[in-house]
Design a protein around this ligand. Structure first.
Ligand code: MSP
Length: 652
């Protein structure tokens, strides 16, 4: 029998700017549900991409003196590298400037035109010149003055020619569909909003523009370009082979889930279904409109300067803590506030403390009491059975929550089980059992059960996290089991084989010292100055201001030999280095801990800036800065020297 399929999409994001944590929120949620469904045996299809046409993008490109395609090409690369860093495993990344997509959108427009659902007419409307948007009487507030609802400036009465899509023809059918398919729009409250919106009556939609040309031309009337939303929404079908690859299209369409923010729910639950009805295609199973991720100073916006850059968070905390935080902190569907304090608290309490300690205690005890080999279990006692039952119950509750996109509650259930397993250690007191030779078998049972509980925990984390499950697996010597684990394996007990060798216990989630972190951050921001803080378009090309030779000469760049390296507690990124500059010894702090292990560094000759002001980072004094190269993908390499030369030599 053919496998069941599951097709999930994210919105396709505007490449007018870099993405922020709000965009990452939707995409991480989509990736998580996709991984979960894949573990449940579905043949999954996960689509994301970029929505590249429209006036806003054309303008942005003009501002920096580029043509729009050149401009979006650069930004789209930053999208792809962010998704790679966040562990997003999409099957296809659609760009609306792909020829394949453009052709199909033209075909679809023509089809609707020939069917009579799209027609051209002149119309008179209120027009806001600065916003370039049209308004009907109904949309403007009552009063003497006619003001634009968006910018509050005065609008003018203009006559335009445009193609119109007859939305009204399908309004009753859509309403009926929404009412008889209660799962189609979620969450419930948003569904009710959409129903009352449609009940007020749908106006025909203007689906072409003549005021700019960065768009897909109307195939039979090239003065017009197709309205961006018609172009954008169609991506969900063009990407999977609508009218080109029938087999693939029929395999995945209708989509099981469109995940969108609440801001664009209306487009997805009114315009999109009506387009599909007009094309005689089935409607998606579900459109879920989640809430906003806000900051303490409100909605994220570039002009307010409160945009949270996921790349910086990835550098500082790593991928799994961020994925965990996004899914755990805010109930999916409601608005929530992002804060780095809350992120650090989650890392310290849930990840380092609850999960990290459980792993650490288990591995250390297997090491200490059984020479590092997972022992065989003996007869079961009441408390063991209780642990087993808790695992089964936890997994079934996680399942139930995942089916309803309740990521927060799914993780809460999992963490209840993690805490319950920690409690099992306190109940069974292995350190006391170890004191009596006659209790050795019982001790073996307890440690076996802990390893088994950790197998279930690590495997059930696979939809949410992309590194930790395998690190847990490695340390327990069962990485293969974790990699291959399917969801149904989580309901069996006794899968881990006795005799497997565990490796050294190492913290997978180092604790972060909140105070140190914020003082380091403050210093970093001060040092980098405003133009670096704003990782805007300038930085995409890596361009910086020109400097004079005198300014360059102020820098004392030298060859240094690394003598010692060790990790700094509380940070998974920072290393404390002792280096030699000729006869002189220096201590410095370097942010290379995710790319180099301390033991591979001594003996390396690297380049460093020797005359940087001293600083304290994470409480450690740093006298200089080593040089390293990094790229958008997050790769990093130290700069070394081509031929050997003694340490202390100057670089000119
Ligand atoms: N290009 C359109 C979507 C077309 S889909 C056929 C668009 N793009 S966007 O770049 O503005 O991204 C919008 C989506 O990004 C939102 O719907 C939401 O999913 C996500 N978010 C952007 N900012 C967000 C927050 N602050 N919080 C949560 N999600 C947010 O609209």
């Amino acid at each position: 029998m053919a496998k069941k399929t599951f097709y999930v999409t994210t919105p396709i994001y505007y490449p007018s700017d870099r993405l922020h944590i709000g965009h990452a929120y939707t995409t991480v949620a989509a990736d998580t549900i996709m991984r979960y469904k894949a573990m449940r045996g579905y043949d999954t299809m996960f689509l994301t991409g970029s929505d590249e046409h429209g006036q806003k993008i054309q303008r942005k490109a003009e501002e920096v003196g580029k043509n729009p395609k050149e401009y979006v090409d650069e930004i789209v690369e930053t999208f792809k590298s962010l998704w790679k860093r966040m562990g997003i495993e999409y099957d296809y990344f659609i760009r609306t400037t792909e020829e394949r997509h453009e052709k199909k959108v033209q075909g679809l427009f023509k089809k609707l035109y020939e069917k009579g659902d799209i027609s051209k007419r002149k119309y008179k409307r209120w027009y806001c010149t600065p916003c370039e948007s049209f308004w009907t009487d109904r949309q403007l507030a009552d009063g003497e003055e006619k003001l634009c609802p968006d910018c509050q400036r005065e609008v003018e009465w203009v006559e335009e020619e445009s193609y119109f899509f007859r939305m009204s023809k399908y309004a009753d059918r859509l309403l009926e569909y929404i009412k008889t398919n209660p799962d189609f729009i979620q969450p419930e409250t948003r569904r009710n909003e959409m129903i009352s919106f449609i009940e007020q009556g749908l106006e025909d939609l203007s689906v072409s523009r003549t005021t700019f040309d960065w768009g897909i031309p109307v195939p039979f009337d090239e003065r017009h370009v197709i309205y961006v939303w018609l172009d954008a929404l169609s991506n969900y079908i063009t990407a999977i082979g609508y009218e080109t690859d029938r087999q693939n299209f029929e395999k995945y369409w209708p989509a099981d889930l469109h995940l969108v923010g609440k801001d664009i729910l209306r487009f997805h639950t009114i315009i999109w279904p009506i387009i599909l009805m007009a094309l005689d295609l089935p409607l998606p199973e579900k459109v879920f409109g989640h809430g906003w991720l806000l900051t303490k100073t409100g909605k994220m916006s570039k002009s307010k300067g409160n945009v949270v850059d996921p790349n910086i968070l990835l550098d500082d905390f790593g991928v799994d803590p961020i994925r965990y935080y996004l899914l755990r902190e805010v109930a999916f569907g409601t608005d929530g506030t992002y804060s780095t304090e809350a992120l650090i608290q989650r890392i310290n309490s849930d990840l380092a403390n609850d999960l990290g300690n459980l792993l650490n205690r288990t591995i250390s005890m297997i090491d200490k009491y059984f020479g590092g080999l997972i022992p065989s279990p003996g007869p079961e006692e009441e408390v063991d059975n209780d642990l087993k039952q808790s695992a089964l119950e936890a997994i079934s509750r996680v399942e139930e929550n995942m089916e309803n996109l309740k990521f927060t509650f799914a993780l809460e259930e999992l963490w209840n089980f993690i805490r319950r397993t920690n409690k099992y250690i306190d109940q069974t007191t292995p350190w006391l059992l170890a004191k009596e030779e006659s209790k050795k078998e019982r001790l073996g049972t307890v440690l076996y059960n802990l390893a088994e509980a950790l197998r279930i925990i690590a495997s059930s984390l696979k939809p949410f996290m992309v590194e930790a499950p395998y690190l847990i697996g490695q340390q327990l010597g069962i990485e293969g089991l974790i990699r291959e684990a399917e969801w149904e394996d989580l309901s069996s007990w006794g899968v881990v084989e006795a005799g497997v060798k565990v490796s050294e216990a190492r913290p997978i989630f180092p604790r972060i010292d909140m105070e140190e972190y914020f003082s380091e951050l403050e210093k970093r921001e001060k040092d980098s100055g405003p133009e670096q803080k704003d990782r805007g378009n300038k930085d995409i090309k890596g361009e910086k201001e020109l400097i004079s030779i005198d300014e360059f000469a102020k820098m004392d760049i030298r060859v240094a030999e690394i003598l010692e390296a060790e990790r700094i507690e509380g940070s998974n990124k920072l290393l404390k280095l002792q280096v030699a500059l000729g006869e002189e010894r220096r201590q410095l702090v370097a942010g290379i801990g995710k790319h180099y292990q301390p033991d591979e560094l001594p003996g390396k000759k690297i380049l460093m800036i020797a005359n940087l002001e001293p600083a304290r980072i994470f409480g450690v004094e740093s006298n200089g800065m080593i040089l390293a190269a990094s790229n958008e993908e997050g790769d990093l390499t130290l700069t070394t020297i081509e031929k050997d030369i003694c340490s202390g030599s100057r670089v000119k």
